[in-house]
Each structure stands twice: as structure tokens, then as C-alpha cells.
Design a protein around this ligand. Structure first.
Ligand SMILES: Cc1cc2nc3c(=O)[nH]c(=O)nc-3n(C[C@H](O)[C@H](O)[C@H](O)COP(=O)(O)O)c2cc1C
Length: 382
């Protein structure tokens, strides 16, 4: 299974193609649209989010609500297009001057892309923008729906924003609160402190990042492989997470704390219960050992840097005059941590779905479900 996306931040539309999805999988457009809306919400978002109300257009590969096995083509229109049609036109009539960027923004692809591609900064920032993640959520949501039908649950929460850490818990009420929280945290006090932090950041022309966690439940042991570097599940998940704009670190289970502890306080003792098979007494590994899922929930954390576009911009150098000058300001979020969580859940869904199809290759969803259930039963009976 593979996918490609195309589209610029202020282009006409985002497009995506998924190839290799089994036939006969139920696909709900409403669920994709709900995920797209969640990606647009959260405190700290810029004016752009008020303009774009994303909706998926399913162009091919789905009929009567079921995948047909053919490539699935998708589109998301950019509603801001009418204001950018002249600037972003593909032909010679394009207005290349009025939104030309000559003052590249630190923290963005602007300068390095300009140097590397020898093209205008606008051509770089239009594609580097996290607007692209809308399509990755759309694509990820399609495979997430298939995972849900197999009983796999993916959920996420925000652990910290701008240095404010939320208290966490594994209780069901906590997760209910996370779902309702605009910050995706289950700690009302932390929510208030995050609100304050955001106000201060906004007043000062600053921006905020944070820490996020994604969890995957009901994954059997044996997805991924130890045999080769590019088949390791943790490696694939890390790549997918770090491919999301502004993600600067990823860890599993105990994460970096594992380096501070002795071995007996890190590794998870193996247990066995007849009828349930092998399990672990703890889950410090975050559900992955030797590049394979070990049957425990997969737990990964990521760090998001503060949004690089600053309303009180940092210094940059004018590309023509070479003068030191303040960086340009594109309409921008001050904080996008809850939105980024939605993106992470969906890029994780893609990698897990890929790993499922690698272990259980299938042309039809019913075949996949049968081999999946058989394998889980085999693990229980060992
Ligand atoms: C959901 C989401 C929304 C983002 N919104 C903005 C934004 O409005 N303004 C901005 O400057 N950066 C934003 N970013 C981050 C930049 O796209 C990113 O930092 C930049 O492209 C450079 O890539 P890098 O940080 O991965 O090196 C956002 C990131 C995500 C995940």
C-alpha cells in the first residue's frame, strides 16, 4: 500500500491517491470530514482556519461506501483559492510579484529551499506548509477506519504546551475529558494555564510548541520485523512522525527516561496466562521490541517545536539587498499542538495499516479480517 499527495498551501486544492487498499472496506466520508475538522480546531490557530472548512471529495476507488480495490483518489479544495488564483496560476499570466517573499523566515524551509531549488521562496513555502497535512489526515482516516473495523483503537493526548505540563491518567474519565478538551488534555487546571500561556505568547508576538502522545491498542505481537533496518516498526513510526512539520523528536514508552534507569527498571517481565497467551507485566518499551509490536499497546511521544512564523519576527537577510531585516510574516498559528495531535494519530494509523497489510497481505477486506482473527486466536492458544 502506498500514497502520494500534491498541492500547495494556497493552490486550488490538495490531492491524494492511495493504492493497494483491499476491496470491500467500509469508508465513511463523514468520519473523514470529522477528522479534517478536528485538525482545524484548537486554541492558537490563525485566521486561515476560519476560512478553510475542509471537506474530502472522494473521486475514485470507492463505490456504495465500500473500497473497490482500485486506487482511491481524493481532493480537498482550498477555499482561499479565489484570493490566490492570480498569484498561484500555473500559466504565464501568474502574478509573481505581489506576494513575492524576499525575507525568508527562520525555522522554515524558506531559505534552504530557495538555495537548493533556485526558485522563489513562495514556491518553497507553499509546499512546505503544514496545509499539506490535511490530505495526510484524509488518507490516514481511510485506513484508520479499516483498523477500527479490525478492533484497533488509536488515541492521543497532549502532555504539555509551552512548558505547562498536564497531569495524566489511564482512567476512562480522563480520556472522556481529553476528548472534550480544546487542548486535548485531561487536566482542567493545565487547560487554564495553557490558555494563559497562549495569551501571553500572543501578546508578545511569540509562539508555542509542546509534547504529544499517541497510543495504539489491540495490536497483536508481530507487526514489523527485526530482520532489516527498513522493516522495523519503531523506525517506520519515527520516520512518519518526524515527517510531520515541526516535530523534532520521537520516543517510545519510557522514552529518554530509559537512559537514566538501570536495566531491571526498564525492561518488561514476560508473563503467561492460559487462554490469553504471552504478555508483559509492564509496558516501558511502549509496545515495540526488536522492531516488532510485542502485543502491548504502542505508546509514542513526540515533541513539537514552537511555530516558526513569529508576529514579532526574528532577523533575517533580504535576499537581494543582503541587508539584515525582520523576517516576513505569513498568516500564522500561534500554537497548533492539538491540531498536530490529530495529524500524528493519522500518520501513525497509516504506518500501522501498512504493517498489518505486510503481515496479512489481502485483496479483500474479508480475507484480511479472517487471517487477522486466525492469527490472534493462534497467539491466544499458544
Ligand atoms: C498542524 C500544524 C500547523 C502548523 N501551522 C503553522 C503556522 O500556521 N505557521 C507556521 O509558521 N508554522 C506552522 N507549522 C509548522 C511549520 O509548518 C514547520 O515548522 C515548517 O514547515 C518547518 O518544518 P520543520 O519544523 O519540520 O523543520 C504547523 C505545523 C503543524 C503540524
Amino acid at each position: 500500500m502506498r500514497f502520494l499527495t500534491a498541492g500547495e498551501s494556497h493552490g486550488q486544492k490538495l490531492v491524494g491517491i492511495i493504492e493497494g487498499l483491499p476491496a470491500g472496506m467500509e469508508i465513511s466520508k463523514d468520519r473523514i470530514d470529522m477528522a479534517l475538522r478536528q485538525r482545524q480546531m484548537g486554541p492558537g490557530r490563525g485566521g486561515r482556519m476560519a476560512i478553510e472548512q475542509d471537506e474530502i471529495q472522494i473521486i475514485s476507488g470507492v463505490r456504495g461506501g465500500l473500497s473497490t480495490g482500485a486506487p482511491i483518489a481524493l481532493e480537498i479544495l482550498n477555499r482561499d483559492w479565489e484570493n490566490w488564483e492570480k498569484i498561484m496560476a500555473w500559466g504565464e499570466s501568474a502574478d509573481l510579484d505581489s506576494r513575492k517573499v524576499l525575507t525568508p523566515r527562520p525555522g522554515h524551509a524558506d531559505l534552504t529551499g530557495y538555495l537548493k531549488y533556485r526558485t522563489e521562496v513562495r514556491n518553497i513555502l507553499e509546499r512546505a506548509s503544514a496545509r499539506e497535512t490535511a490530505m495526510r489526515v484524509g488518507i490516514g482516516n481511510i485506513v484508520r477506519q479499516g483498523l477500527t473495523a479490525l478492533g484497533v483503537e488509536i488515541r492521543g493526548h497532549v502532555l504539555a504546551v509551552g512548558g505547562v505540563h498536564a497531569l495524566r491518567s489511564d482512567k476512562e474519565e480522563y480520556w472522556q475529558q481529553v476528548k472534550q478538551s480544546k487542548w486535548s488534555v485531561g487536566d482542567p487546571l493545565a487547560e487554564k494555564l495553557m490558555d494563559k500561556q497562549l495569551l501571553t505568547a500572543r501578546d508578545q508576538g511569540e509562539s508555542l510548541g509542546g509534547l504529544l502522545e499517541v497510543q495504539v491498542y489491540n495490536i497483536p505481537a508481530g507487526l514489523g520485523s527485526h530482520v532489516h533496518w527498513d522493516r522495523k516498526l519503531d523506525g517506520k513510526l519515527a520516520q512518519a512522525v518526524l515527517s510531520v512539520q515541526a516535530m523534532k523528536g520521537v520516543s517510545f514508552g519510557l522514552g529518554f527516561e530509559a537512559g537514566e534507569r538501570v536495566g531491571s527498571l526498564v525492561h518488561d517481565p514476560i508473563t503467561y496466562r492460559p487462554g490469553r497467551g504471552f504478555a508483559r507485566a509492564s509496558n516501558h518499551a511502549g509496545g515495540i521490541e526488536g522492531g516488532m509490536s510485542n502485543g502491548e499497546p504502542i505508546i509514542l511521544q513526540a515533541v513539537m517545536k514552537p511555530i516558526p512564523t513569529l508576529y514579532h519576527p526574528l532577523d533575517t537577510v533580504h535576499l537581494e539587498t543582503k541587508e539584515t531585516i525582520k523576517a516576513s510574516v505569513e498568516r500564522s498559528d500561534v500554537c497548533a499542538v492539538p491540531a498536530a495531535l490529530v495529524v500524528l494519530e493519522h500518520v501513525v494509523a497509516w504506518v500501522i495499516a501498512e504493517a498489518v497489510l505486510e503481515k496479512f497481505p489481502a485483496d479483500s477486506f474479508i480475507e484480511l479480517k479472517t487471517t487477522w482473527e486466525d492469527y490472534k486466536e493462534h497467539l491466544r492458544r499458544l
